[in-house]
Design a protein around this ligand. Structure first.
Ligand code: GKR
Ligand code: MG
Length: 418
């Protein structure tokens, strides 16, 4: 079965003012939605970043895919190689670590690989998890992903989560998220306030949820010395400390004294980073992300590699919609070596492009869909609405720092600032 038509639709969906080390989320998050229309009417779905620079590379790749057999993944890789041409897509907000030609290629390839696997599964009548080696778990655990946040975007109505800027409101947002989704572990996005305040928030979470494993992730917002201090302060409190400081060298200085494992989605973001990170004993846990690790198949290989080197594996998330969640769940469903609950931004969104009901959370986990392909269905009206939002919102690339200056005029994103 061959590809007849490739459609890439940029969309924008409402996103709350969530804070991180580089600033604050803008009123809309951008994504791109891929439809690979094949002979026989099968349509393979994909989802990835919505930044303009990514769209240019994805559209260029798409130009050479008509006529390609849906099992011919090497042809997709060749198309991506030709389109990317050794160039570098930089996400600009810097929250997913360094950029490189290889990471760019893997990012572009992944977008299409997921849609190819969705189409293959639909053709064969099997879920994607079967194409990845079959299900090793029925449900995939996720963590409650907490953010400090403002009450409202400027000029918008307040959202239902209200302002979260203190340990007390961090705890109440956790309670609300756990009551609604049943999460059994908690992650706090840090790097927003001086570390002592964020330590206080973690301690408050520990008191309120004594049984929930906890993590904090300042996206490299602290110096190695500060990170070492935080690690000691939180001895016995964290299941892992995520990206306290930038770079393999910095992380290895922290790891040398930290009593808990260090995790990363910033300093190990491509295969070439694994040998030096292992050698420097910089991290104990890699957060995989199929969107930039080259798709679902290569992310399975990453799991094997982590197992080989004695590294744990968790999963990283960015603001995303249902097609991405379905891909994450199918991948996690087939990944034996997945040692922690995955991240997801799911609770923060109020809109989607898929028909609801396929990915419900219960007890903090999502059942691996058993329908063919990714197991989700595109809602064409919803896609149209979010595409109109994209056209009208004026945003073309994520830029948390510039938007932050509306709240804090002299704000400077600067990793390792504390
Ligand atoms: O959504 O602000 C955010 C996060 O900071 C995200 O962009 C990160 O990539 O969640 C991510 C992380 O774990 O670093
Ligand atoms: Mg992270």
């Amino acid at each position: 079965m061959r590809i007849r038509e490739v459609t890439i639709t940029p969309v924008a969906f409402a996103d709350p003012p969530l804070l991180n080390v580089t600033g604050v989320h803008e009123p809309y998050a951008l994504r791109s939605i891929l439809q690979l229309g094949c002979e026989d009417g099968v349509v393979g779905l994909g989802e990835s970043y919505g930044d303009e620079d990514f769209l240019v590379l994805a559209n260029k790749t798409a130009e050479s895919l008509v006529g390609v057999d849906i099992f011919d993944l090497p042809a997709v890789r060749r198309a991506a190689v030709a389109a990317v041409g050794g160039g570098i897509y930089a996400d600009r907000h810097g929250l997913t670590g360094g950029v490189s030609a290889d990471k760019t290629l893997q990012t572009v390839y992944s977008f299409f690989e997921v849609a190819m696997l969705d189409a293959q599964g639909k053709l064969l009548g099997r879920p994607v998890v079967d194409l990845l080696g079959a299900k090793v778990r029925d449900r995939v655990d996720f963590s409650a992903y907490l953010f400090y946040k403002y009450a409202a975007h400027q000029g918008f109505q307040p959202d239902e989560w209200g302002e979260v800027l203190t340990p007390e409101t961090v705890v109440s947002s956790a309670r609300k998220m756990i009551d609604r989704y049943g999460f059994r572990s908690i992650k706090l996005k840090g790097g927003v306030f001086p570390p002592a305040e964020e330590i206080a928030a973690i301690q408050a979470l520990r008191d309120a949820f004594p049984e929930h494993p906890l993590r904090i992730d300042p996206n490299g917002g602290w110096t190695p010395a500060t990170s070492q201090w935080v690690a000691k302060e939180l001895d016995g409190v964290l299941e892992y400390l995520e990206d306290p400081t930038p770079g393999i060298d910095g992380m290895s200085q922290v790891a040398a004294v930290a009593p808990m494992p260090l995790a990363t989605n910033m300093c190990v973001v491509e295969y070439a980073h694994i040998p030096p990170a292992v050698e420097a004993k910089a991290v104990s846990v890699v957060l995989s992300d199929h969107h930039f690790w080259g798709g679902l198949r290569l992310s399975s290989a990453l799991a094997t590699m982590c197992e080989t080197f004695g590294l744990g594996l968790s999963m990283h998330s960015n603001s995303h919609l249902g097609i991405s969640l379905a891909a994450m769940v199918q991948l996690a469903g087939a990944t034996g070596h997945l040692t922690y609950a995955c991240d997801t931004h799911w609770p923060w969104k109020t809109q989607d492009v898929i028909v609801p009901g396929a990915l419900d959370f219960e007890g903090g986990s999502v059942a691996v869909p058993s329908k063919p392909g990714l197991g989700v269905e595109l809602d064409p009206d919803a896609l149209g609405r979010l595409h109109s939002t994209y056209l009208n919102c004026g945003l073309r690339r994520r830029d948390d720092a510039t938007y932050m200056r509306r709240y804090v005029p002299d704000f400077e994103p600067n990793t390792a600032r504390w």
